[in-house]
Design a protein around this ligand. Structure first.
Ligand SMILES: [Ca+2]
Length: 535
């Protein structure tokens, strides 16, 4: 499995001898802890604090860069065969740590983002992808990541894609029926709104102090929102016409809606990147720590790379948009270094789900597989749907030196991990499915031994160690040419079971060979489904 990885510096923890790794780590990492005890967690945490020379947990700045639909095979540090080079992410991986078995909590945008910001499996809330004009999905009483950070004096900003709903200022305060505003394809025109009123809920309602972004580029409003207002006087804009700005066919834009006159889709990424950079510059001057959730709108469709990136990769416009995404990561790292706060910033780069289904064509067109060595794409229970690129860096906290992490982790774990770093105990009913994976980030110590997978149609699967058990139906169709190319078992069996230690490509369904394991994993999945927490 390791052969596919590109970084020759993919050193295991046991090979590293840095100042934050006292001699005890060598013996610890040589032990086989498959299940971590609370006592052991405490021991790790205590050693970590001693190594930091701190009496209590510090308060690093926190920056999460969440890319949209970036695939496991799109980044050159994970996929030596990638036709796209991602030098900025590669360099960050060499300086920080990078994971081979990190997962987005779901296989589509909204549920994945819900889980990351709440530490809770999205299927407990029955959330799928949100269509245009959906209301705020995070209820006011829900404890979120920005809320716990606020309790410790952090300023929190969300810049870029939101896609967790807003409470829109409908004229008369009542949301018009679907017959008027549309569902999936928007029909909502400007006259239905009262823009003198604030847009409520959204990122501010979820606990952020600041929001700037366009919610979702392929949905109205086709305009920027700053805090609770549009930044323009909107006019009615036809998404079908905007779609012509794309330099690659595919994806869709959801109908008519309020938007900015002469809205240019390719200006969204540079604008939100500049705003993220500006936020870091401003906050670096504050005596209080900050949290920036920079949610890029790329490389999701509309595929609109800037002119300077077009034709720069051998993977077509999508590859060029990935390169632009990588450049944005580089800009964030650069400003953190310029501002002198890189060392004490917990920086994460990852993706909210696997690559879009129509990107499968890149295998034929450009010999670029956005899922790399994995089978499956966005929406799928297969690994390609949710195993995502993941880089973490916090030099002052010992997350550094370019180590490769092979233990399993989920983006939902960022909640408990950050809570642990800043000393916020998690009460019952908070971050119910989030685990503190700091030992994983520091020592590649396994913490997460189970993980529930979530397909876009609501179907679930269960990961236990090397085994992936997938219920029937949580897959997108594979075209005939792909089936011939991949040579994998069909996906229409009553259930699927894969041993990822020997079959990461998920070609061989072991369901009939291991019926007892299938039964045990189904029973366990049903048990988790009925419960309220896995923490
Ligand atoms: Ca996405």
């Amino acid at each position: 499995m390791a052969d596919q990885f590109n970084l020759s510096q993919g050193r295991k923890q046991s090979e590293i001898k840095g100042p934050f790794y006292p001699s005890w780590n060598q013996s610890i990492t040589n032990m086989t802890f498959r299940k971590q005890t609370p006592l052991f967690s405490f021991f790790i945490a205590a050693c970590w604090l001693v190594s930091l020379g701190a009496k209590e947990p510090g308060k690093p700045n926190i920056v999460i860069i969440l890319t949209d639909d970036l695939g496991y095979g799109d980044v050159s540090f994970l996929n030596a065969e990638s036709k796209v080079k991602t030098p900025h992410m590669d360099r960050l991986a060499e300086e920080g740590v990078w994971a081979t078995d990190a997962h987005s909590p779901s296989t589509v945008c909204s549920p994945s983002r819900y889980s990351m910001l709440t530490g809770r499996y999205s299927w407990r809330r029955k959330i799928g992808r949100l269509n245009p004009w959906k209301e705020s999905y995070i209820v006011p009483e829900r404890v979120t990541l920005p809320k716990i950070l606020k309790s410790k004096g952090y300023y929190s900003a969300c810049v870029g894609k939101w896609h967790l709903g807003f409470d829109w200022p409908w004229k008369g305060g009542v949301k018009p029926p679907t017959s008027v505003i549309g569902s999936g394809t928007s029909k909502a025109t400007c006259d239905l709104f009262d823009w003198s009123k604030p847009i409520q809920g959204g990122a501010l309602g979820a606990g952020f102090d600041y929001y700037f972004g366009d919610d979702v580029p392929n949905m109205p409003p086709y305009a920027f929102i700053e805090n609770d207002r549009l930044t323009c006087d909107p006019i009615d804009v036809d998404g079908g016409k905007l779609r012509k700005q794309q330099v690659m066919s595919g994806g869709y834009i959801h109908g008519i809606g309020p938007g900015q006159k002469d809205w240019q889709l390719d200006q969204v990424m540079p604008m939100i990147t500049a705003k993220a950079v500006e936020t870091i510059k401003e906050q670096s001057k504050s005596k209080n720590p900050f949290f920036l959730y920079f949610s890029t709108t790329s490389p999701h469709s509309p595929i609109v790379p800037l002119d300077e990136f077009q034709g720069k990769t051998p993977a077509g416009p999508y590859g060029d948009f990935v390169a632009q995404t990588d450049q944005a990561v580089g800009e964030i790292v650069a400003v953190l270094k310029e501002a002198g706060i890189y060392e004490n910033t917990f920086l994460i780069v990852s993706s909210d789900n696997g690559p879009a289904p129509f990107m499968r064509d890149l295998i034929q067109k450009h010999q670029h597989n956005p899922s790399g060595a994995l089978r499956g794409l966005k929406r799928d229970l297969l690994e390609g749907g949710h195993r995502v690129p993941f880089i973490a860096s916090w030099p002052k906290g010992g997350i550094k030196d370019g180590r490769r992490i092979d233990s399993t982790l989920s983006l939902a774990d960022l909640f408990a991990t950050i809570a642990g770093m800043i000393g916020v105990p998690l009460e019952e009913g908070v971050a119910e499915d989030s685990l503190d994976v700091l030992p994983t980030l520091l020592l590649d110590q396994p913490v997460r031994t189970e993980l529930v997978y979530h397909a876009s149609n609501g179907k679930l699967g269960l990961r236990q160690g090397d085994w992936a058990y997938l219920r029937r139906g949580g897959f997108t169709d594979e075209p005939g040419w792909f089936q011939e190319y991949w040579q994998g078992d069909t996906l229409d069996a009553p259930a699927l079971l894969f041993d990822l230690s020997s079959d990461l490509a998920q070609k061989t369904n072991l369901r009939t060979k291991h019926p007892k394991r299938v039964k045990r994993m189904e029973e366990r999945l049903a048990e988790i489904e009925k419960g309220t927490s896995t923490r």
